[in-house]
Design a protein. Sequence first.
Length: 575
Amino acid sequence: MGAGVDNQDLRERLRWIVGLRWIGILGVFVATHVVRELNSLSFSMIPVYAILGVASLYNLFFGWTLRFPGHETKKIAVAQIFLDQVTLALAIYFSGGCDSPFIYFFIFHIVISGILLPWGYTLVFAVLAVFFPFTVMGLKHYGILPHYGIFKNEPMIFTDLTVVGSYGTAFITTIFLTAYFVTYLSRRLHDKNEEIRRLYALSERLRSSIRIGEVISIIERELCGFTGISKSCYMPLDRTRRILTVSSPEKELNIPLLDRNSFTESLLKGAPMAVDYRTIASDYEKEALDLIGARKVLLLPVLAASLSPCYKYFQCSDTKCSAYGKEAGKCWQGSGSHCRGRIFRNNIEKLDGCLSCELFTPVGLYVLNLAGEYTPFEKVDMDACMRLLDAAGLAVSNALLYEKTLGLSKIDGLTGLKNHREFKEAFGAECLRAKRYQRGLGMMMLDVDYFKSYNDTHGHPQGDVLLKKLAELIRENLKDTDIVARYGGEEFAVLMLETTKRQAVDVAERLRHMVEWCKFPKEETQPGGKITVSVGVSGYPDDGADAETLIEAADVALYQAKKTGRNRVVAAGDK
């Protein structure tokens, strides 16, 4: 419905109007008799009974029709208001023409139309509200309709043109101003109701969603439904790389946060922005709009919930901070900003400090594509959209927290490598992929030689330092695609993708030499005065077709390396 009334709500309102019409019919019936008796008037009640009878008949019909959900409620509303206006025109004909009190009931029906129906219907009924009474009085005045009424001395029409003009202008102005204001207010009320409904629907859907991808998709659907915009995209923020990413099937564009443009400004300021292709000044803006295929877009930042300003959280006392004293202020939103009481030396350091801060709430940007070059930005209520996003901020925070917790459950807390369980899951998936595409897999198990002796001599804290340094060394000397894990205690596991067993042995040998060559703290107390590792290697398809078999083969080879003197690489199957 143009007025924003759904079928069920409209049906309830029409039932209310049917009841109100019964009250009006009864009121007119009683009032007419009371006036007649109190003033000792003698006029015929037949026209009154006829009009009230007609109104009663169609009111009964509509009351009966509304009991059945199959009927289209908008048509019933239009028919009711139209018949009411026809009935009012008859009432004016019989009850005094220009002086008839029923002429003002047209205003009441314009109000009803504005509440129930789209503005176009209200305009039509406003025209009819002027047409019906003026037509009836004009036809009576010129004798086309007989001059008959319940009052014998009623004026057919005022003979003074000044009076006619004044009455007519006042009536017409009142009708159309009423139509305008009631449709305007009804539309505003509808927008607020729609916003509340969307907020409720959003909260209900987000209640069962905990993954950030699902949360972002739900919010995007609600935004598109609320604004009526069918085309949109989401630009996630990559904190590690300091970029916003916009993608298409053919290409991906990375926008650095250090570049000043509408996309980065909207994200960092947490404010919606409009971007028009004809007025853009940044190359990144042009590339992004070309990639999206849009001429005009609205940028809506996605922010996690923030419970307090950063200066309160960190108990800052330096009033030079641009965020200081601002309830919604954040230090990253101003140039020369402080963070935890100090000024960063350059923009990169400042930005890195903000991106690593637990109070940095920006997550990404929604880009709403306004189809058509001349579509006005005012079409979208950006404040309402931001209220919708604010309501979803807590869900975004919870999803990010869940993602962080999930990530921690997959990572070894000491070394930052994958843990035992996550490694085995990844290994199983990679084995299936290797079978499907007929590619090799290399697997190695590394164990620190005489680690118990090192621990007993220097204590567990120093042993942890050694493991962390060793994990760093392993990670830095392997490919980014290789999967490294702390398999348990002082044992590490490495899975090398698209690598033959022979290549895996070469990598293991190089890594063993690197460990032997590297300087470790307090290594002089170890046998041989060095920290060394023993390595067992297996490979797919030579030593097995699944993760369990390959791990077992590498473990047996590792045991063989330790048994035969340590500080060596042994491949599965070697004697």
